[in-house]
Every structure is written in structure tokens, then in C-alpha cells.
Design a protein around this ligand. Structure first.
Ligand code: PMP
Ligand code: GLN
Length: 375
């Protein structure tokens, strides 16, 4: 009966609900708890009285498209045609769904690198295609030997996520050398690059498919204003793809949503001129360091965190419970909600690791750490 029999309610919903039921500190679902920029709310209240309430063009407000093209040129050195190669979407989620539904046909295969974010599999299954889940190495770098072994003539897409949710790992230049070899070896294979945390990077700079001219004609990149401007609830992002692919993605987008929230697009069209996305990494690096310092004197072991606003920690020193049971007990007995890493694996691999979201104000992080010291 169900078209998606193995898919249940997302862990992010489950954990956020548990957090509110138990009045726990919610470091599970990834969203900031601090106020958005006053300049953005001022723009919103002013434009609410203006003519911004009707449909925008299907692919997005033309001036916002132009500004995204300029940002892409400044950030990645890639020149793109605003009207033809950019699509504003209802969050990265809709962009990913539309791209997969557009590109993947029945019986084709899509490589997903585990642990992986949860929104990739359903659109593949709804296309009657096959997700091929390939594990990353133990340090969460791509295992190119296994990826090459998994690829074949039926492989339509490889989905990459860099910086990576949940592990905070980032790709190195050599990974892109290997990716270029992969697309060279399989002429029908495309890359869907989920880069929603592109501006949340710390010691090392983010490397994008948009930096690599050899990948431009074979890649779709996905960005999220939710992450970059601390407005996850607005559900607005964008996709960049070469014109021939974008033309097809727009066919799906126009019947999924047609166009995206007009007021959000008008507000961002002004706000994007005021912000410097390059400061985001420093902002979150401070939070990462603050949180890591607080957690140092607990029994948790911190894994490296190169980007994103997630910190993974091992609780192997504390308990032998499986990670789902451990996170549930952490909410009910200690009042801190987190995400178990096993849910990001198709095979449910349990590394005894949990994910914290540190996009929170200092007070929240300090309170959480105090509770975690009781462990
Ligand atoms: N991809 C990843 C890796 C994410 O963490 C998220 C987070 N929500 C998304 C996609 C979806 O982004 P959006 O909220 O813009 O749909
Ligand atoms: N991306 C967010 C996270 O990883 C979750 C978004 C959602 O709840 N769908 O926590």
C-alpha cells in the first residue's frame, strides 16, 4: 500500500518533539535559537506594506537571481547565467527533490555516501530507482575504491554533501580529482552536490563543485539561505545547474511549487546586499570552540569538526547502549536532546556517536554542558 514502506517520521521531528515534551535543551534538530538579524526583520516589516505579495516569476525574482550569480562569481569564480542556470527553491530540500525527480529514471542507480542526510532516499525511491549506499571511510572521507566499485552504466547520480551533515567533515582537493575521474569514466553520471553549509567552514576553505570547471556541465549544486542567514523556517534556497539540465528541473519545480514565497524573495533581495557571508565561518567557529571547550571536561569524546554547525561526540566511555536508546535516555534523564548517528546509515551502523547542534546562544550551550557533566 505505502509507496515508502521503510520510511517513518524523521528523527529530527521525533527528537525535537521529545525535547519539548521533556522540557529538554534541544541540541538535536539543526536550527539556530538566537534572534535573526534586526536588519532583516526591519526589511520584512517595511516591505510588508509594499507590492510584494503576488507570484514571482517561476524560477525566482530576477534581481535576486542576478545577485546570486554575482555571489557565485565572487565566491567560486564561476560565471553563471542568472535566468538560465539558477532556480530559487523552497529550501534545499525542494531543490534536491526536484533535481532527483527530474534526472533519475526507473531502474537507474544513485550513489549515496553514508552516513548521509535523510532527504535523498525518498525521491530516489519515488522515481522507482535504486539508492546505492556506500560507506565513507572511518574518518568520514570518501572511499574512492568502494565508490568506483559501486559505479556502473546504470549510475545516474552521485550525491555528495560537503561540508557534511552529520560529521562536519569537508572534502579535500584530491576528492575532486577522483570525482572528475568518476564522471569521466561514466558519461551519463551527474553529481548532485548538497552544499548547504558552504559558508560554515573553519580552518580550511570550502571546496565546491562550482570551483571545478570540469564539473560544471555535470553538476547540480544546492544552497540554503536557511543555513547562511539563520532563517531555517523560511525554507528558501537555490539550485545551480547548466542550462540543459536546469530546463528539465524547472519542469518539475513548476508543478511542485511553481514559485517560492514572494515576500521572502523580496526581503532577501535587499538583505543579501547588506551581509557578508564570508563572516559566517568565523561566527560559527567561535560557537564551535566555545562548545568544544565546555564539553572537554565531560566523559564524551569529541570528533573533529571542520564545518557545519554540528559536533559529533562518542559516548563509548559512558555506555554500551545503542545510540538511539542513549539519546532517548539523554533527553529523559539528563534533559539534553541530540541526534543518534546510526539513523544516517542505511545499515543502521552504530558507532556510539551522537550529534549536537551548536547553533545556539552561549547560555543554552552552557546549560547543556552542565547537564552533560552529570553523565
Ligand atoms: N541538506 C542538508 C545536508 C541539510 O543539513 C539540510 C538541513 N536542513 C538540508 C539539506 C535542507 O535544507 P533546507 O532547510 O534549506 O531545505
Ligand atoms: N537539517 C536539519 C538537521 O540536520 C533538519 C531539518 C529537518 O528537520 N528536516 O538537523
Amino acid at each position: 500500500m505505502s509507496k515508502l514502506p521503510h520510511i517513518g517520521t524523521s528523527i529530527f521531528t521525533v527528537m525535537s518533539q521529545m525535547a519539548s515534551e521533556h522540557q529538554a535543551i534541544n541540541l538535536s534538530q539543526g536550527f539556530p535559537n538566537f534572534p535573526v538579524d534586526d536588519r532583516l526583520t526591519a526589511i520584512l516589516s517595511r516591505i510588508a506594506k509594499e507590492n510584494v505579495h503576488q507570484y514571482t516569476p517561476m524560477s525566482g525574482l530576477p534581481s535576486l537571481l542576478e545577485k546570486i550569480a554575482i555571489l557565485t562569481k565572487e565566491t567560486y569564480g564561476r560565471e553563471i547565467a542568472a535566468k538560465e542556470e539558477i532556480l530559487i527553491t523552497a529550501g534545499a530540500t525542494e531543490g534536491i527533490f526536484a533535481a532527483i525527480q527530474t534526472l533519475v529514471k526507473a531502474n537507474e542507480e544513485v550513489i549515496i555516501l553514508d552516513p548521509s542526510y535523510d532527504c535523498y532516499e525518498a525521491p530516489i525511491l519515488l522515481s522507482n530507482a535504486k539508492p546505492i549506499r556506500v560507506s565513507l571511510n572511518n574518518n568520514f572521507t570518501p572511499n574512492w575504491e568502494v565508490i568506483f566499485a559501486a559505479a556502473n552504466e546504470k549510475t545516474k547520480l552521485i550525491i555528495i554533501n560537503n561540508p557534511h551533515n552529520p560529521t562536519g567533515k569537508m572534502w579535500a582537493e584530491n576528492d575532486f580529482v577522483q570525482l572528475e575521474k568518476l564522471v569521466d569514466a561514466y558519461p551519463n553520471l551527474l553529481v548532485l552536490s548538497d552544499e548547504v553549509y558552504e559558508y560554515i567552514t573553519f580552518e580550511q576553505p570550502h571546496i565546491s563543485v562550482n570551483h571545478h570547471p570540469k564539473l560544471w556541465h555535470r553538476s547540480i549544486s544546492v544552497s540554503s539561505f536557511g543555513k547562511s542567514f539563520h532563517i531555517t523556517g523560511w525554507k528558501i534556497g537555490y539550485v545551480i545547474a547548466p542550462e540543459n539540465i536546469m530546463r528539465e528541473i524547472k519542469k518539475v519545480h513548476q508543478f511542485l511549487v511553481f514559485s517560492v514565497s514572494s515576500i521572502a524573495q523580496h526581503a532577501l533581495n535587499e538583505y543579501i546586499d547588506l551581509v557578508d557571508v564570508k563572516t559566517l565561518g568565523g561566527f560559527y567557529q567561535q560557537k564551535r570552540d566555545f562548545f568544544r571547550n565546555l564539553i572537554k571536561d565531560t566523559k564524551l569524546d569529541l570528533l573533529p569538526c571542520e564545518g557545519t554547525y554540528f559536533q559529533v561526540a562518542s559516548y563509548a566511555n559512558i555506555s554500551e547502549e545503542n545510540d538511539l536508546d542513549f539519546t532517548k535516555r539523554l533527553v529523559t534523564e539528563f534533559g539534553v536532546a541530540t541526534i543518534p548517528i546510526s539513523i544516517f546509515y542505511a545499515n543502521g551502523k552504530d558507532n556510539k556517536c551522537i550529534r549536537f547542534c551548536f547553533a545556539k546562544d552561549d547560555k543554552t550551550l552552557m546549560q547543556a554542558a552542565e547537564r552533560l557533566r552529570q553523565l
